[in-house]
Design a protein around this ligand. Sequence first.
Ligand code: CO
Length: 638
Amino acid sequence: MTDPIAPTTPPTTTSPATAHPYDPLRSDEITAVVAAVQATGRLGDGAWFSTITLEAPPGEDVGQRPRRARLVIVDGPGASVIEAVVDVADGRIGSWHRRDGVRPPLGLHESMVAIAALHGHAGFVEALARRGITDLAQVQIDPWPTGSFGDPAEAERRIVRCISYYREEPGDNGYARPIEGLLAVVDMARGKVLEIVDHGIVPVPTHAGSYLPHDHEPHRHDLRPLEITQPEGPSFTIDGNVLRWQRWSMHVSLDPLEGLVLRDVGYEDGGRVRPILRRAAISEMVVPYGDPDPAHGWKNAFDVGEWGLGRMANSLALGCDCLGEIRYLDAVYADEHGAPATIANAICIHEEDVGILWKHVDLYTNRTEVRRARRLVISSIATVGNYEYAFYWCVHLDGSIELEVKLTGIVSTKAIVPGADTVHAPELAPGLAAPVHQHLFCARLDVCVDGPVNEVHEVDVIPLEPGEANPWENGFAPARRRLDRELAARCNVDPGRSRTWHIVNPTASNRLGRPTAYRLTPGPSPTLLAGEGSNVSARAGFARHNLWVTPVAPDERRAAGDYPNQHPGGEGLPRWTQADRSLVDTPIVVWHTFGVTHVPRPEDWPVMPVDRCGFRLVPVGFFDANPALDVPPPDHCH
Ligand code: CO
């Protein structure tokens, strides 16, 4: 982050960015570590940089040591990477490991190489010609991560599977006109087309599927201005990457793969900051498609580990992406040449009115007390191919923390014979369908409620047995189970039992003498629907359960492992938890898989209205009472 936010009016104050141990690498630091690595003479000519980030392993106090950069370097066209850790200040190489049998996320320039290779490939051109398409300028080619299906061609290669769409004009919505049945397997590192697969011709749909304004005139004219003003400025302050609002404080940054990262989330209470989260981010996500059609059954996108939510982040626009008194943070990252680059306005920060916070009318006195609720919203939007993911981390006046994910963009489509009965892919427009799929996100929550040692209790609310203690048989009560070991801590949501997971500090207590806690309140999230024997089940094992808990370990960062691209599976949470480690008297990480199962509907076309999913972290005995009693009454109740 470079540009501290210029204050317009108090109380938003900023000082020059104070160096914070968790600040992302600055441009000069990126340049320095790249120079240090190149000076070793150990990199080949074609080497490129997948990610260059601050090295901050879970559980390590990075404030206690010099800053280090972690580099993932691709040095050659095969399945291996170099992982290097470099001291930022002096360029000393701290570690240098080659890891074989793994691939980084898809390279952006290699994706262009794959497209160029297809443009020059006779078989691809012929397959298009069989469909009456002769102008390559009218063909949109989308490189997709190919997965891992045991094809010998995949071994030792970085592969993409390319699918194509027809754009009569450059500004057309390509997803309206899939060039069905045609797949191309390309060695993206070598620019070599390995295979053209033609599953047969389905007519290209004719419907244009435009969502552009000039195609939807006349526009409605009865939306009058809705302006959000804060004449005295917002109530938060930004100091470098440190954000303070009401009693909340946190450090905010954008990781190239995980997107938004919150660190050191704490709440000031009685003159001290009480910690809640050491770190929170989306560690992985998967979009498994449920259509067994040979042209679509292979589709499973890991949009963190195969693409990267941070490096796909949008530059956000005031009045469009975010409305009101907005402050932005830029994100500085290293491009594939190792040069620093900036995504301007990558992180949006603003306050939102969210209705009432609490209210009561005393019917004896007729006195009304009501308070307005607000939340502080930290957001980022990533475009990954056809889809948009918008992430909103929110903290509220009532002490709760929320992650809301909004899903929008354009569904992945296929062409069908109009009117065909496609149970796995509802028809959206004549001759156009969209396969059913899921979006399953795995939030990694490095918890520290009132201190480093927490435990997790699963709490179900269940009926009591009939008997002397329950003479009316009306009884129900919370039933609590401490999750002592990793295998027992693999849990799923159960709305019928109002299931929540309490993150408890057994050594801290409230005024009632009970342990302080935060409760993870899940949404109605599914788990992975693909069969246990499926390829994606092995690769996205994290999505088979909604909850996992692990002890903090420095190498355990991402739910499907560090390199899910083309990985056959078994990595990440399923492997780590086989050790069935103890979760008691130790710092722990809570992993929550949440999301939606998406059965596309006509209203999702041609661009999808926002769908939502997420979860909340709610204080349970963390405070002695409603923490928002001191919120003043509104000035203007008419
Ligand atoms: Co969807």
